[in-house]
Design a protein around this ligand. Sequence first.
Ligand SMILES: [Zn+2]
Length: 285
Amino acid sequence: MAKWRIGDVTVTKVVELEVTGGSRFLLPQATPDAIKPIAWLRPHFADESGRLRMSIHTFLVETPDRRIVVDTCLGNDKENRNIPHWNKMQTRFLADIAEAGFPRETIDTVLCTHLHVDHVGWNTMKSGDTWVPTFPNARYLMGRTEYEHWRIVDGRPDMAFILADSVTPIVEAGLAELVETDHRLCPEISLIPTVGHTPGHVSVRIVSRGEEALITGDFMHHPCQIAHPEWSTNADSDRDRGIQTRLEMFERLAGTPTLVIGTHFAGATAGRIVRDGDTYRLDVP
Ligand SMILES: [Zn+2]
């Protein structure tokens, strides 16, 4: 279990699912032949044959007075998911976060960087025939723009299922709080808008005692996009805006001590962005 300290704040990663390969649909430009020349991706982010390593994990963020879950993965018992093995999952996720020191009742804040399937799943858990909040003592923060967008969207039956089992029960329980894309949660933690992947997508900025980190969310899915900011995923709402966001973020982060903690980065998961010729790479400590 990876853990980072940023001043008075700790960030702990708990993995729900890790995969190698099978990312052709998600990132079609990241073919094995295109990945192999990017040597720094190995061993954490790609294997010797150029297949991508990826991870679905949550981050447990502890400040002097808050206990925050950033993104809640896929969840157990969910159905009607597009990817077959994401249905009726039975993982040890709740036991794993408890073992990491974060039993679900102790969480005071849940933050979803956006409302895609792999970021809201554990918002709820199955109790009999209904979905109940997994974190009963938490306020669940969701972007207002994000929520309004998906609430009215037509033609995405998959999103209708996701909202119905993982978002609406939170709203109905009175635990949802819709926030702006630059919301500040507490002195150390604030949101920054990183739109493109979804219309209201945010990343999470952590600042404490002169140290700084950024939890990416999905403005990039894999470190290969640091070398190739122009590579988009098929899950992006607005590809051009997504590319622009990556270029702006890499420009802003490159050469700084900000620790970049990737929401789907496998292995070491975190590093610092540095310039690399006309592009960038992730420098893993
Ligand atoms: Zn995701």
